[in-house]
Design a binder for this molecule. Structure first.
Ligand code: AMP
Ligand code: MN
Ligand code: MN
Ligand code: MN
Length: 280
């Protein structure tokens, strides 16, 4: 039997993606995706549109969001919530609060960037984001490329926006227990996004998995656009050890800005239980 082509992590223009929810779902369908979740950063505003288009195209769709969480000593981890009631008031209010911090953070980022000669970055990033509550480092990166300071978005992160670089500012996102609480209240499943991306020591990484599990977290992205083969092996091992459900995720943001296209990832190791096993 052909494996289910599930892609449970991607972004639209309702966060820092380049395509509208409609265009994204159409692209997923064309790429042979069977089951899709749209997971905009701290946002659920694209879900109704995406779900409607998916229904129309006969593509299975579940709700999603990617919550920004502060962890440890000024680290950020991302928790994907899947298959929840996106009208649940606790979730809606919690995500609204997280987004509410983005505008002020963007102001502080712009002030830091001005000190290193990149002017007008707030207005420039806002043109890309369209809405102050969506302002992300990706929008700053696009503005900095547009101004000719760097040739691509990745270079911008390496020089200005990654932690420790001049345009990076620390910011309080959600706490892990509250993020998991919102997802649970709304009836969803919580999944650790791209665990291979965090610059955590092995001990800090284990602590994240242990705490996540204690708080009721159930899944981990084993296949991710951010994972090479070694990372897939490592996090498949973590899924086995902790009994986590395994997710499969492109983290697609748009053509030319992502390592991997919608649905074009490797399949999950076949001994792992997919996060979607009970939905389909
Ligand atoms: P923010 O939530 O504003 O901190 O922005 C985080 C987003 O920036 C991530 O979701 C990615 O889309 C993007 N990002 C982070 N690091 C990189 C990188 N090294 N290269 C390209 N994009 C990145
Ligand atoms: Mn992003
Ligand atoms: Mn992420
Ligand atoms: Mn993402």
């Amino acid at each position: 039997m052909k494996a289910m082509n599930a892609d449970l992590h991607c972004h639209s223009t309702v966060s820092d993606g380049l395509m509208s929810p409609t265009a994204l779902v159409e692209r997923a369908k064309n790429n042979g995706v069977d089951l899709l979740a749209l997971t905009d950063h701290d946002e659920i505003g694209g879900l109704d549109e995406a779900s409607k288009v998916a229904d129309h195209l006969g593509l299975r769709f579940v709700t999603g969001t990617e919550i920004s969480v502060s962890w440890g000593d000024d680290q950020t981890v991302h928790i994907v919530g899947l298959n929840f009631d996106h009208r649940h008031p606790e979730l809606v209010a919690g995500l609204g609060r997280v987004r509410g911090g983005r505008d002020a953070r963007a102001g502080r980022m712009a002030a830091e960037l001005a000190k290193v000669g990149i002017d007008d970055a707030y207005a420039g990033a806002l043109k890309h984001a369209g809405n102050p509550a969506l302002l992300s480092r990706s929008h700053f990166a696009r503005y900095i490329v547009e101004r000719g300071f760097a040739r691509d978005v990745k270079t911008v992160f390496d020089h200005w926006l990654a932690k420790g670089k001049p345009g990076y500012v620390s910011h309080p996102w959600a706490e892990l227990p509250e993020a998991l609480g919102w997802i649970k209240a709304a009836g969803g499943v919580a999944v650790i996004a791209h665990p291979g991306r965090y610059r955590l020591t092995p001990a800090e990484r284990r602590e994240l998995f242990v705490t996540f599990k204690e708080l009721g977290g159930a899944g981990i992205e084993v296949i991710s656009g951010s994972h090479n083969e070694a990372a897939v092996r490592e996090f498949a091992g973590i899924a086995r050890e902790f009994g986590f459900l395994a997710s499969r995720a492109s983290d697609f943001h748009g053509p030319g800005e992502s390592y991997i296209d919608l649905g074009r990832m490797a399949v999950l190791p076949d001994d792992l239980k997919p996060v979607w096993a009970e939905w389909v």
